[in-house]
Design a protein around this ligand. Structure first.
Ligand code: ARG
Length: 426
């Protein structure tokens, strides 16, 4: 069964170690409060931390072993690309870098737990956030036999108390009271909260940003990029074929330099709290814009509108920790099918925090200028419009006539209805 089990001795605990405050304190706390061996595992999803230093730190704090598992390519292939195809943005704003990384981290931890014979997986998530749900639901989906420990949720220390605990027990961390932010990174987005950001009125201080330039310091001239897609996957930058991982890393740099991808979001957490989160996601913002635009070019109206309607549901499933759910997988299969013609090139202008699509082309383009033009060469049959409007407007006309037949109190005048309905088909 899942869930913390007080009565059981946890012999071998695999801790999802980020190197941050919570998980560093967790190594010490687990060893003090549970009779167990702690193995620290960090999954590299493109966070810019010095992971080797984090491993050394884990050992110093008391982990028996510390591993880094490289998973950037898998993260892009199996998580980020499906999200790109679905234009997944939680509440229209957040590209879900943290939420997408969690199921992959669990995948890797479960593999490792089985390999090392660990009976428990621990995570450092608090009781107020989304990540505890994502971790635990993913473990339940992939390894229902494994126990779960959530020390941060149990010890109930405030952030200040945690910092004090770390100081008192000689737990090295990178958090100081001058830089009190909680930061979570993957190559798809950087999330920053805590400190001054908790006041929703306060403009984020420049020091919180790590990937993007402010408008004041970004280049004074625009730059253009061309992103090539093949069946919904970004595969080239300015005409050069690129692995999607390299392309994302290059765009984070390039668009970040132009100040693109800063997001200040009042967010509805799964656990009922509204929070204020700052994100930086230059590549995610540019790629998603480009991808949406290409879809508009190649998809028939009904398919495009239907897909736009389901995209928020797909984003919610990712956000809500339901990556491995049948619903997310079924929506994913639909999305995959829609991408067959999403091949082409999008030209984007990057300037002072904005990324604007300025050109698009595709062998599957449904845009036909001989139909849309107002100049000569127009092939649209104008005379067909009259009959179309007659049929299209008929239901509105019928409803209007019934409305006109009501008196001031909304009561039907039977004679008027009869007269009116006879007049409809003239
Ligand atoms: N709000 C985001 C999510 O739930 C990011 C959470 C982590 N944020 C942080 N600054 N540590 O997916």
């Amino acid at each position: 069964m899942n869930g913390p089990r007080e009565e059981k001795e946890h012999k071998k605990v695999l801790l999802a170690y980020s190197g941050g405050l919570d998980t560093s304190v967790a190594i010490h706390w687990l060893k003090e409060n549970q009779d167990c061996e702690v193995i620290a595992v960090t999954v590299d999803v493109g966070q810019s931390d010095d992971l080797k230093a984090a491993m050394r730190r884990a050992k110093v704090i008391g982990a028996s072993r510390a591993w880094v598992i490289g998973a950037k390519k898998e993260f892009v292939k199996d998580y980020v690309i499906p999200a790109i195809k679905a234009n997944a943005m939680y509440e229209g704003n957040y590209p879900l870098g943290t939420a997408l990384a969690r199921p992959l981290i669990v995948e890797k931890l479960v593999e490792m737990a089985h390999r090392l014979g660990a009976d428990t997986i621990a995570h450092g998530c608090t009781g107020k956030g989304n990540d505890q749900v994502r971790f635990e639901v993913a473990i339940m989906a992939l390894a229902p036999d494994i126990d779960i420990l959530a020390p941060t949720r149990e010890w109930n220390m405030s952030r200040e108390e945690e910092i004090a605990y770390a100081e008192e027990h000689g737990v090295p961390t990178s958090v100081t009271s001058d830089a009190p932010y909680s930061i979570d990174e993957s190559l798809w987005s950087r999330a920053i909260e805590c400190g001054a950001l908790e006041d929703a009125w306060v403009e984020p201080p420049e020091e919180v940003f790590g990937w993007t330039a402010g408008h004041e310091s970004s280049p004074a001239t625009p730059e253009y990029v061309e992103i090539g897609f093949s069946e919904g996957v970004p595969v080239s930058l300015d005409g050069t074929a690129m692995d999607p991982l390299d392309l994302i890393e290059s765009l984070n740099e390039l668009a970040g330099r132009h100040g693109i991808g800063r997001i200040d979001h009042i967010e509805n957490r799964l656990v009922g709290i509204k929070s204020r989160e700052i994100y930086e996601a230059p590549a995610a913002v540019v790629i998603t814009k480009a991808h949406q635009d290409l879809e508009s070019l190649v998809m028939p109206k009904d398919l495009l509108h239907y897909k736009r309607g389901m995209e928020p549901h797909y984003a919610n499933a990712i956000y809500d920790g339901l990556w491995f759910s049948p619903l997310r997988k079924a929506m994913g299969a639909f999305v995959e099918k829609t991408q067959e013609n999403v091949t082409g090139v999008i030209r984007i202008k990057l300037f002072k925090g904005s990324a604007v699509v300025v050109g698009r082309e595709s062998p599957y383009s449904l845009y036909d200028s001989s139909l849309s033009t107002y100049d000569k060469g127009d092939l649209f049959d104008h005379s067909a419009a009259r009959g179309f409007i007659y049929v299209w407007g008929l239901p509105s006309k019928a409803a209007a006539m019934v409305g006109a037949a009501k008196d001031g109190n909304g009561v039907m005048n039977e004679f008027a209805v009869k007269e009116g309905s006879q007049g409809v088909c003239k």
